[in-house]
Design a binder for this molecule. Structure first.
Ligand code: SF4
Length: 439
């Protein structure tokens, strides 16, 4: 098999670029820098966000690589939520807040909707006493459709959730089951109906192109069914196979085999995303990044935009990622270590990385390119650097591949370039980070 064909297969390893420099460069030796950053004066006009990791799920999806637990009892969940509240309390004393209200809040997972209505009410009441989010532009809550009941959604609405993100992924029962998803198709419709009835300001649907068992006919149906629901935003991921998933382990043993099931190759997944985007556009949606389509120009995704343009964010919960005052930080990544540190009233950071001015500039260039364009003026004002000069060879390379065009105002990716931009982003990395394992 030729190298090109091999590269186009869905091999093991992470594909998407969520941050820069890669996580493998972060280390525990930089924890003191993280603590210092928490007590620095914030940079002017930097929004502040709060991410909360709720690491519980009904079962583990076979493609999942997040830190999640499927075996915790009610007592243990209570212990975790107490620790989480304690962490938020400790962080709320940081000088870096400097009276800034929260600009955005994000409950991610795991499955935040795994918690009961009562647990959510208690948790959110305690959190809001410490850190009110009334002024936040967006409060997102991730849901697994099968865990929702109407009264749980009523609680969320009451607690100020503005954006509900439904992990639909696929509508077909067999595909959901084979990939280890816990929900059923009818649960999607039921949850969506309640969410609309309760008038959540924004509902997002997540889809994954390339779940094992996917084919063109079913993918078209997925897109059609999504359009019929008419969500405010749709996020379409391309299935990847990071090292520590159930599928990766299975495939390592048996190899990917069409007769058993395999993940479609990258060109097929890209064709599915391209098809989905075209259909959404026909229905009036606007594609606003490599993964997102939005109903109209007024629709926003505050968390993504803030994160990608260098906002501060407290990342709370086990193994969570945050970014404060130019320093990346990740919490300790085991249950025991997380609970233990909070029992000792310690901020549970496990590794950190202080970015240089150049790295901050590169990070923002890389992340914003995932939106499909870069504005020269924006970077000149913010960093005093001209992207057209700093990244001239990289833009030239993308141009040569037929993915990018340049004007005096900046650069623009075409659709083909946009939906595969993640695999080309390493050309922007400093030399020592190219080819490193991403995690
Ligand atoms: S629901 Fe999400 S976090 Fe939970 S196992 Fe599945 S993919 Fe992972």
């Amino acid at each position: 098999m030729s190298a090109t064909v091999d590269q186009e297969k869905t091999g093991l390893g992470n594909y998407f670029i969520a941050n820069y420099p890669p996580f493998s460069a972060w280390s525990s030796s930089q924890i003191p820098n993280a603590l210092q950053a928490l007590n620095a004066k914030p940079k002017p006009d930097t929004p502040l966000g709060l991410y909360l990791h709720i690491p519980f799920c009904r079962k583990r999806c076979k493609f999942c690589y997040f830190r999640v637990y499927t075996d915790k009892n009610a007592k243990e969940i209570e212990t975790y939520l107490d620790a989480l509240v304690k962490e938020v309390q400790l962080l709320s004393r940081s000088a870096v807040i400097d009276n800034r209200p929260l600009h955005y809040v994000y409950f991610g997972g795991g499955t935040p909707s795994y918690l009961s209505a009562q647990q959510l009410r208690d948790l959110m009441t305690r959190l809001r006493e410490i850190f009110p989010w009334d002024q936040a532009k967006e409060v997102t809550f991730e849901c697994e459709p099968g865990t929702l009941q109407k009264h749980k959604l009523e609680t969320l609405r009451e607690m100020g959730i503005t954006r509900l993100s439904l992990g639909v992924e696929n509508f077909k029962k067999e595909i959901l089951q084979f990939n280890g998803r816990a929900h059923l198709e009818e649960e999607i419709y039921r949850a969506y109906g309640w969410a609309r009835e309760l008038q959540f300001p924004q509902i997002n649907i997540d889809l994954i192109a390339g779940m094992v068992g996917e084919d063109w006919e079913n993918w078209r149906r997925n897109v059609q069914k999504t359009l019929e629901l008419a969500p405010d935003t749709v996020t379409v991921y391309q299935m990847e196979l990071p090292y520590n998933t159930v599928f990766s382990k299975e495939f390592r043993i048996i190899g990917q085999d069409e007769s058993i099931g395999a993940v479609a190759d990258w060109p097929t997944k890209r064709a599915w995303v391209a098809y989905a985007f075209e259909e959404f556009e026909k229905a009036g949606y606007i594609v606003t990044s490599a993964t997102t389509a939005m109903k109209n120009r007024e629709t926003q995704f505050v968390y993504r935009d803030a994160l990608w343009s260098g906002a501060d964010m407290f990342g709370t919960g086990v193994a969570s990622f945050g970014h404060i005052h130019g320093v990346h930080m990740q919490n300790v990544d085991t249950w025991e270590a997380y609970i233990e540190k909070l029992n000792r009233d310690e901020i549970p950071i496990g590794r950190a990385y202080t970015l240089s001015a150049q790295e901050l500039f590169t990070r923002e260039t890389i992340l914003l390119l995932k939106k499909g364009y870069l504005k020269r003026d924006y970077f000149l004002k913010k960093y005093g650097k001209d992207i057209m000069v700093e990244f001239a060879p990289q833009f030239q390379e993308l141009k040569g591949m037929g993915f990018l065009s340049t004007t005096t105002e900046g650069v623009q990716l075409n659709r083909e370039g946009l939906i595969q931009i993640d695999r080309h982003l390493p050309i922007f990395f400093e030399i020592q980070y190219r080819g490193t394992r991403y995690t």
